[in-house]
Write a protein that binds this ligand. Sequence first.
Ligand code: PEP
Ligand code: MG
Length: 300
Amino acid sequence: TKPSAARREGGVIETADGVAIRLSAIINDPLELKAVDPASFAGIGLMRTEFLVTSPADVVDEERHYFIYRHALEWAGDAPVIVRMLDLGGDKTLPGLGARRSESFMGLRGIRLLLARPELARAQARALLRAAVHGDLGVLLPMVTVPDELDAMRTFFEEERADLSGSGVEARMPEIGMMVEVPAAALMLERFSRSAFFSFGTNDLAQYLMAAARDDHSVAPLYNAATSAVLRVIAQGMALAETMNKPIGVCGEMASDPRHIPALMAAGLRHFSVTPNRAADIRSTIGALCSDGRTVAERK
Ligand code: PEP
Ligand code: MG
């Protein structure tokens, strides 16, 4: 193969003007890892954990969480794995946990639910602290709206870490970052200086910007018209993040759609997380563009 083709197969893609773009995998179910070649991705950019749990007992099953995260880290080798803490509520409900569907897109969802039910957050935090010993682990917090939520979750991690080491269990503090999927967080991004990294969630940004639920077919045309507003908010968030020097990427559906890659690159994004079956398309799209999102021909 030609060298340029080889560079487009892995997790780092070179643009037409020689800028490196990282492509990571989105994993919804640990069983998917069997079919994905780790050499094709710069690790896992979003591992959803909602689908690991089918009952409230699973949620607090620390061993089960630990086993799965450790397996993902072993799959990735030296590459980073970003595990998102439970994003229950909204479209991802779990009978018995109290979060009902439509009330909860704007209600007790994501980190709000985790902070309201600390036993859920603490079991997952302990598993993540133990798994972090086995590789390059990042923890992503869903639905963060204000900095206090980040601080409260950090405190859980610190307390659980102290408890684990008190019992002689090996543990390590992972990097803790946040989803940028609530408009207020994107517009106030400089306030989240304690977040280690950021990941734009375009699926939720779209629904909250348009006031159109992502799973309500009757407002699908509105939801689908969100692109320009989402891009504007992302551009503003990127401008605020510029002086913060933090890793920042996109893990929503927009990054899996080749039509949106030029605008995302123009906004300055250099890290995309995509569902593995969309990766080939995204890889060739990035390889054909310059880092400002224009083709070589458009630049002339
Ligand atoms: C998003 O909101 O864009 C996202 C990636 O998270 P989820 O789709 O799981 O809500
Ligand atoms: Mg989301």
